[in-house]
Design a protein around this ligand. Structure first.
Ligand code: FCB
Length: 499
């Protein structure tokens, strides 16, 4: 394994220890700064005028195409709770979160936002926001407690009620089949290191399509395979909590095989619904493009971050530079069988892009920070990266329709005495990223919808409940829901189709 690959393994660690110190949220909305600045010697009326003119709610006048899909996203383990209800089995995240020291504060998803019991209230909140599309995930261990066999009817019934509730309210369901909660029983027989698990996933997908297929217009297969690879098998701070580089890329292959098999399973049902992968893509830039070796290092980094998942699906081949870097004896390269790439590259109907952060690569394959980070130390705030990644995907992979299925920011939200949550930083962040998405659309990118991560505060994996990513505040002790200032802003964006 090359130096670059070893560097790559340390990516997250390097990011959080790199040169540029984190500052306050930077947005081109000087607006937010101006609104906060003291205005000595001015009267209250002109201060209020300034506030109105410069508030981050002020529209930029960017109108989106008619019918644009305004949405929000969640995932099963992060919001549902009800860990033992109605025959649900255990997932790797139950195991991981119940292992002392794995999750901040010892938090678990046992209760989370209790969405399993409160989904009707949540549906009404979505309706009130005016959402046109809602992306959620289906919990595999609710459908097959141990990952195989006949589906659990009570689990299917929950998603039937959810999907019907969405359709009744005019909100298009977008369902992800797998958002990391692998049944623990399948982990016990090797998890994604086992090729067989990809075939178990196809069986699970088939059961879901049979039960819900016609009511869900858009399916997503696997959420962020790269995060399972990097966080679950390289860094070990996500389930299953391993640090095994050689296993990691075999896992990458099997996750993609599972994706392709699920695409084929949907086609086999004759369904008209659309299906695609959900990839977190990171625009990679040289930290200093004049340094010798900078471009080569950035290109390989991009191979591991983006092309490993895009080329296989859209070009039917893994990127040669990444395969060469992994080496012919790696478990991944040895694990790819004849016909696998044909399965993986089964035609998809759309690509779901999740954008959070850019990466700046040094000539030795390390990374540095260029922009202020959010409360999530790995997230540099760089709205132009949204434009760059959307236009790049269209340039390099053709006209496949795109949806942004995650984009968002954690902010230090608190419920004020008057019952409001003033998350002005989130509004500024979303507005700037939507402006970048709008620019990409104007330049010809076929972007059809956008989903804020997240609809509501939730269990943020190894960070537990500390980071709040939602448009809706959850007071976890009481489970009270409070739409934040950003939710009120988003409602207006949707109503006006304009940012
Ligand atoms: C993404 C995950 C999502 C959430 C956000 C913040 O990587 O898909 O579940 O954790 O990050």
């Amino acid at each position: 394994m090359s130096v670059l690959t070893r560097r790559h393994l340390l990516r997250r660690a390097t990011l959080s220890a790199s040169a540029v110190p984190a500052g306050p949220l930077s947005t081109s909305t000087a607006a937010a700064d101006v609104a906060d600045a003291p205005l000595a010697g001015r009267d209250a009326d002109s201060e209020a005028d300034d506030e109105r003119r410069t508030a981050p709610e002020t529209q930029l006048g960017l109108r989106f195409p008619d019918g644009f899909g305004w949405g929000a996203a969640t995932s099963a383990y992060q919001i549902e709770g009800a860990a033992k209800d109605d025959g649900r089995g255990e997932s790797v995240w139950d195991t991981f979160s119940h292992t002392p020291g794995r999750v901040r504060g010892g938090d678990t998803g046992d209760i989370a936002a209790d969405h399993y019991h409160r989904y009707v209230e949540d549906l009404d909140l979505m309706k009130d926001l005016g959402l046109r599309t809602y992306r959620f995930s289906i919990s595999w261990p609710r459908i097959q407690a141990d990952g195989t066999g006949a589906p659990n009817q009570r689990g299917l019934d929950f998603y039937r009620r959810l999907v019907d509730g969405l359709n009744d309210r005019g909100i298009a369901p977008m369902a992800t089949l797998f958002h990391w909660d692998l049944p623990q029983s399948l982990q016990d027989v090797g998890g994604w290191e086992s090729r067989d698990v990809a075939y178990r996933f196809a069986d699970y997908a088939e059961a879901i399509f049979e039960a819900l297929g016609a009511s869900v217009p858009v399916w997503l297969t696997i959420n962020e395979p790269k995060t399972v690879v990097q966080n679950g098998y390289l860094q070990g701070h996500h389930a299953p909590g391993l640090r095994e580089p050689d296993a990691a890329y075999l896992v990458a292959h099997h996750l993609q095989l599972a994706h392709g098999l699920a695409v084929r399973a949907l086609r086999a049902t004759g369904s008209d619904s659309r299906i695609g992968p959900a990839l977190n893509l990171h625009p990679c830039y040289p930290a200093d493009d004049t340094a010798p070796g900078a471009l080569e290092a950035t290109r390989l980094y991009d191979g591991y971050e983006n092309r490993l998942y895009l080329d296989s699906i859209f070009k039917g081949a893994y990127p040669a530079d990444v395969l060469a870097d992994l080496g012919p004896e790696s478990r991944m390269v040895r694990g790819v069988r004849d016909g696998d790439l044909a399965i993986i590259s089964s035609p998809v109907d759309l690509l779901a892009v999740q954008y959070y952060t850019p990466i700046y690569v040094t000539p030795d394959g390390g990374t540095v920070r260029r922009w202020p980070t959010s409360e999530a130390g790995w997230q540099q705030i760089f709205p132009d990266g949204m434009y760059d990644i959307l236009t790049r995907v269209t340039r390099d992979y053709g006209d496949v329709p795109l949806t942004v299925t995650e984009n968002g920011l954690p902010t230090p939200d608190r419920l004020d005495g008057d019952g409001t949550v003033d998350d002005v930083g989130r509004i500024a962040f979303l507005r700037e990223h939507l402006a970048a998405a709008h620019r990409a659309i104007s330049d010809g990118v076929p972007l059809e919808s956008y989903h804020v991560w997240s609809l509501m505060d939730n269990f943020e994996w190894n960070e537990g409940y500390e980071q709040r990513w939602g448009l809706i505040y959850i007071d976890f002790p009481t489970q009270r829901r409070v739409p934040k200032r950003s939710a009120h802003w988003y409602r207006r964006v949707i109503a006006d189709n304009t940012v």
